[in-house]
Ligand binder design. Structure first.
Ligand code: P6P
Length: 333
């Protein structure tokens, strides 16, 4: 029996996780955490779909730790993450782009994992219906169970990540996930209310000179070597296409799917970079490395950066191996 082009044993996100994680230590707990995250995404997806109808648009008026005006959907998304993860019995500490401080899960509900997340990335694109998304990064606690979890559990380099992924609330509801064994894409099939595997084993198109993605309005305050690198994209009679949505995870996803490079260099407005290490650059770097690409801050791999605070920012370049090599050649001249 085939409905909606899918047969009755479609590989759902849940079955994919069970097949791949049950033989790992804490596999059962990680599956349970990923199922909770799936529920969070379904809820936020529903709220985003309703936004236009229920007029959830418009600024909430309050301001988050980044100094950005919070939209109502931001608040709903953050609360949904906190509520589901805090009651999953799989987490002990939570870091949210929307929260100044680390959230400690109540004692009797603590589990083995830490989740750093951006509940609704690209919120300034809500009112124009451009794609927005949620991003998450999962660490295993370092401190022993039964003791109080600490900042040491949160400020781990991205190299220690157990899993990372994101949701895109765009023309379809999509989840992309890696648990350290490749990257897989799942699309929500509304007829069964499940995320179904549609893009197994995503790997980056390694051809260089595909698209580049950067906000060129900051060009004048970039490092001259980066100005020069971007200028090479415009030379000759076949300039390289430039694409920029302004939602990090949507620009990242397009780069992952089509190849090329995404750049957010230091600039006068953000001298130490704008994008956040724990819940934007690390999960994206983990995923792109799993897909055969690379994530760097220009000097070192993003995953090797030792975080100092939970809202650290960094300059970031994410692309195919060859594109990043091309960039490094320019930066080392
Ligand atoms: P700019 C959205 O507000 C965000 O945090 C990222 O999602 C996005 O990549 C970036 O800011 C866009 O910043 O300076 O290009 O507007």
């Amino acid at each position: 029996h085939r409905s909606q082009g899918l047969n009755s044993n479609s590989l759902t996100l849940m079955r994919h996780c069970l097949n791949n994680l049950m033989d790992k230590p804490d596999g059962q707990e990680l599956v349970s955490l990923l199922v909770s995250i799936q529920s969070v995404v379904k809820n936020i997806g529903a709220a985003v779909r309703r936004a236009g109808i229920s007029r959830l648009f418009g600024a909430e008026g309050s301001v988050n730790v980044q100094g950005e005006e919070q939209q109502k959907l931001d608040i709903i998304a953050n609360q949904t993450f906190i509520n589901y993860l805090g009651n999953s019995f799989a987490t002990c500490l939570l870091v949210s782009e929307e929260m100044d401080n680390v959230v400690e899960v109540e004692n009797e509900k603590q589990g083995s994992f830490i989740v750093c997340f951006d509940p609704l990335d690209g919120s300034n694109n809500i009112d124009c219906l451009a794609s927005i998304g949620s991003i998450f990064a999962i660490y295993k606690r370092k401190t022993p169970k039964g003791t109080a979890p600490s900042l040491e559990d949160v400020l781990q380099p991205g190299r220690q990540l157990v899993a990372a992924g994101y949701a895109l609330y765009g023309s379809a509801l999509m989840m992309v996930l890696s648990t350290g064994n490749g990257v897989n894409g799942f699309i929500m099939d509304p007829s069964i209310g499940e995320f179904v595997l549609t893009k197994p084993n995503i790997t980056m198109n390694q051809t260089i000179r595909r698209q580049y993605s950067v906000n060129e309005s900051y060009r004048n305050s970039w490092d001259p070597k980066i100005q020069k690198y971007i200028d090479t994209k415009k030379q000759g009679d076949e300039p390289i296409p430039q694409r920029y949505i302004g939602t990090f995870i949507a620009d990242f996803h397009r780069t992952l799917m089509y190849g090329g490079i995404f750049l957010y260099p230091n600039n006068a407005a953000s001298p130490k970079g704008k994008l956040r290490l724990l819940y934007e650059c690390n999960p994206a770097s983990f995923i792109i490395e799993q897909a055969g690409g690379r994530g760097t801050n220009g000097q070192e791999d993003v995953l090797d950066i030792q975080p100092l605070t939970i809202h650290d920012r960094t300059q970031v370049f994410l692309g195919s191996k060859h594109e990043i090599e091309d960039l490094h050649t320019c930066l080392n001249q």
